[in-house]
Design a protein around this ligand. Structure first.
Ligand code: GDP
Ligand code: MG
Length: 164
């Protein structure tokens, strides 16, 4: 069966935007209950001669800081249990957050391959200096991307498919 790649990260870092960019089509937002939207969470992706199933573990995003960390832990556990490779997304504009470090620790301990994706690097000139702080997560080289502008995605995908 095809490799599974899970997208993990805090609310608002751009997981769904990245998912859409890689899925190559507009996402369908399904209104389950008034006031609650649920993103489509699976897509089949091809990169070069590789095919994989991508999962956005975001689901319903909490808007309370109190439950963000617990939800991230849950996401990470799902990803660790089901994925062959984990894409861990952080936001260059918000910088390194405590919850990023805690989830990175869980991912590192799992021994699963993790690709660290630093999103919202819309301009290398403007943001590249801020990418380096993410080395402090201790999960390897950060891959700068702009999901919104579709920059850096090729280099990032090259790294993901290395683990298949
Ligand atoms: P999620 O909560 O992690 O799924 O994040 P979303 O994909 O919903 O994006 C959260 C916000 O970040 C939205 O306003 C997006 O338009 C914005 N965003 C996502 N990717 C980028 C990017 O590459 N650059 C910039 N500047 N904004 C982005
Ligand atoms: Mg989302």
């Amino acid at each position: 069966s095809k490799p599974v790649v899970a997208i993990v990260g805090r609310p608002n870092v751009g997981k769904s935007t990245l998912f859409n960019a890689l899925a190559g089509e507009r996402i369908s937002i399904v209104q389950d209950t008034p006031g609650v939207t649920r993103d489509r969470i699976y897509a089949e992706v091809s990169w070069l001669d590789h095919n994989f199933t991508m999962i956005d573990t975001g689901g319903i995003e909490p808007d309370s800081n109190d439950i963000i960390l617990s939800q991230m832990r849950e996401q990470a556990e799902i990803a660790i249990a089901t994925a062959d490779v984990i894409m861990f997304i952080v936001d260059v504009r918000q910088g390194l957050q405590d919850s990023d470090s805690k989830v990175a620790d869980m991912l590192r301990r799992s021994g699963k391959p993790v690709v660290l994706v630093v999103n919202k690097v819309d301009s290398f000139e403007k943001y590249m200096a801020d990418v380096y702080e993410f080395y402090n997560l201790g999960i390897g080289d950060p891959f700068p991307v702009s999901a919104a502008s579709m920059l850096g995605l090729g280099d990032m995908l090259d790294e993901v498919v290395k683990y298949f």
